[in-house]
Design a protein around this ligand. Sequence first.
Ligand SMILES: [Zn+2]
Length: 89
Amino acid sequence: MNPKELLEHILFAKISIFTPMIEVDEIVPIIKKQIPEKPIKCRYEPLTRMGWEYECPSCEKAVGFNKFAFDYTDEDPYCPSCGQAIDWE
Ligand SMILES: [Zn+2]
């Protein structure tokens, strides 16, 4: 079962998962971040001026490579800020 199927299972089959530590409302956003989403073309002008081309679809922070620091940045499979899986394909 992949993260997307698991999420659908929880949301649509109305499975209740309760443990002393975590509840469904807390699980859903965590699973959602495991489902890769396309990065968004950077819309925030100060970030594009700093060399960023893409932003995270969840938290809108810069992701991927920076054209001024390509030695240190890359197409990271996860957002370094919030953990959102990024689909670079
Ligand atoms: Zn993010």
